[in-house]
Structures are given as C-alpha cells and as structure tokens.
Design a protein around this ligand. Sequence first.
Ligand code: ATP
Ligand code: MG
Length: 286
Amino acid sequence: MQKLLRIAIQTKGRLNEGSVRLMEEAGISLIIGRRNLVSPAKNFPVEVLYLRDDDIPQTVAYGASDVGIVGENEVMERKENVRIVKRLGFSKCRLSLAIPQQLEYHGISWFNGKKIATSYPGILGNWLKSNGIDAEIHIIKGSVEISPGIGLADAIFDIVSSGSTLVSNRLKEVEMVVASEAVLIANENLPAEKLAVLEDLIFRLESVQRAEGKKYILLNAPNEKIAEISSVLPGMKSPTVMPLAIPGWSSIHSVISENDFWEVIGKLKRAGAEGILVIPIEKMIL
Ligand code: ATP
Ligand code: MG
C-alpha cells in the first residue's frame, strides 16, 4: 500500500479556511464534517491531520506529520527544524510593535526600559537584541492588545493586519518587525515516495496560483487589426486567432493579467476590438 503524505492544517482559526480551500483547489477532496484528528483525502495519497497552529511546526519537525500549513510567524518563533517549501499568499499579516496612541514616539530607543507584552518572545527578543534595546518581555498567550490599557505593559508586540484591533484598544503601530503569510513547511527527511507526492502537490498548487489574477479574453476584430491587437495581448505563447463565419473578421483569444486589465481593454477598444468577453481561469498548466 502506498504511504500517505500527512499534511497538518489548523483545526479552526484564521488559517483553516485558506488551507482547506487550497487543498480543494488542488483537487484534494477532504472528508469534511469528519474532523477526526486524521482524515484521509478521497482522491489523492494524502491524509490531513487537524491541529492547533502552535503545534504544527514541531509536529512536522519530528515527523509526526510530513508537511504542514502554518503562519510564517509561528515558524520563525518556534525555530523548529523544518523546510519552507512554498509561500502560499494567504493569511497575510505582520508582527509589529504598538504603543498607546497618546504617547509621543521618537524612534526605537523609546522601548529602552519598557515592558512589552507579546506571544512572540523569540522574534521580539531577537529584534531587541539586534537593535541594542534593553526592554522587558512579558509573555502573554491571548488578548495581548489589552495589556497596556490594564497597566500590564507599556507596549505590545503582536499580529497586525488591518490595524482595527489596535485602534479599538487606543494603540498605534510604531515599528513593523516582520511580515508573515501562510507557508507550506516540510520535514527535512522525507522518504522518496513521499517527496514524489509532495512534488505533485506543489505542482498542483502552482497551477492554481498561476491562474490567480489571470483572465481568459476573447474578442472579435477585423483581420487588418490582428497584428496591432496581438501586440497588446501577450498570451502564453501568442494569441490564438480563428476566422469568424463573416469574411474578413477573426476571433482572438488570449490570457491577460488582472493588474493591467483596464489598460489592456482600453487599448483593445481603440485598436478596433469588438464583443470582448472576459472569463475566469481556474488552473493554468504551462
Ligand atoms: P489556534 O487555536 O490554532 O492556536 P490561534 O488563535 O493561535 O489558533 P489564529 O488567530 O487562528 O491563531 O491565527 C493563526 C495564524 O493566522 C497566525 O499565526 C497568523 O499567521 C495568521 N493571522 C492571525 N491574525 C491574522 C489576521 N488578522 N489576518 C491575517 N492573518 C492572520
Ligand atoms: Mg495558536
């Protein structure tokens, strides 16, 4: 029997939805509703292990799971022996220092002699050390953001995304220390057959990621405009051009990126394109 590649993902929380969606986009059907500790996928040689995010780096380092999806912040904090095999682009956040809004901030020396509450003592300790700041670290597990308000600390070092939690606790972000996103981590010593499954998984994830932000575009144009229109549309190799039933006209197909979408559409219209259709792309295999 083939050995299953075991993937640890967060049971519930800010990483769970993105992790489950990624598995599904890669064609891995999880047996949902059965959140047992371990559940096999229906159609791919993997099984999913549901854990708290804190435990994922260690579980992968010790080989109780082969790979895992976790925030880069946890990987940095735990310093376990794991390999980051892929950045996944979701659950983006940053770890920042924040102080009470009403206080004046004049640079990092502000933190000298201060008490900073955090759940990330490792990352904070390194940052303080490398910046030559002598501050006290107060380790706290949850609700870090309330600590200055209740007199437990002078400042906090915590996860920030939109910043709204800081605002509602009358704090202001003054230093960003590291950026984080979900990453796929792997055990350093996977056997060859599991590495092969991991490579297949990465290939699938890359096909999905490549398609993100890309659109399939179809349009009609008079034949004498094909050259001009093609120069605006790079396509994967070059645009596909097919004759329409009306003589002198063609249908042109290509792929464009969402970033320069409106600019390209404008150029196409000016070049004489008509009947422009834009369709989402699910996966892109190069
Ligand atoms: P668990 O119960 O599994 O221990 P948790 O409460 O420690 O979960 P979550 O709040 O679910 O953790 O956050 C998990 C990860 O998601 C964080 O380590 C971070 O990488 C990322 N994250 C946290 N907050 C945000 C946010 N506001 N926006 C985007 N990503 C975030
Ligand atoms: Mg946690």
